[in-house]
Each structure stands twice: as structure tokens, then as C-alpha cells.
Design a binder for this molecule. Structure first.
Ligand code: FES
Length: 76
């Protein structure tokens, strides 16, 4: 539906720019998994979202996100 509409159905569905093409997982979905669901490794991201569990070409970007995106409550 969001493809037809040209935008996400709701703000909560906004995946952000595509990171894992194999499973259609975007930046925002991975950031939410890190911030809100406590994912700290690529394996945990894979379990939650499947991102990085097929060809693996997105793993370097997911690893970079794990360094950049901080869990909720941590302020630097
Ligand atoms: S692009 Fe993420 S597993 Fe292939």
C-alpha cells in the first residue's frame, strides 16, 4: 500500500533508506532495533529483522550503525 501511496502508511512504518536489500530492511528499522530493543550485535539484528542473514553485503553498514547509533537513554 505504501508503494502505491508513495510514502509510508504511518510514521511507525518508515523504514528509512534501504540497508538490507535482501530483506527490505531500512536504516530506521535497524536504528529502532538498536535503540529500543537492545540489539548490540549483527547476530541480534539478524534475529530481530533478518537483516544481514542472507548475502551479508549489508553487514559492514549494520556494524557501522551499531557503533553510531546508541541505545535509548545513553547520551554522549
Ligand atoms: S543485503 Fe542484507 S543480507 Fe543481503
Amino acid at each position: 500500500m505504501s508503494l502505491l501511496a508513495g510514502h509510508p502508511v504511518s510514521a511507525g512504518d518508515d523504514q528509512g533508506r534501504m540497508v538490507c536489500a535482501c530483506f527490505g530492511v531500512g536504516y530506521n528499522a535497524i536504528a529502532r532495533a538498536i535503540r529500543q530493543q537492545g540489539c548490540t550485535t549483527t547476530d541480534q539484528i539478524g534475529i530481530k529483522l533478518k537483516a544481514g542473514t542472507n548475502c551479508g553485503s549489508c553487514l559492514s553498514e549494520i556494524k557501522a550503525m551499531l557503533d553510531e547509533v546508541k541505545p535509548a537513554g545513553i547520551r554522549l
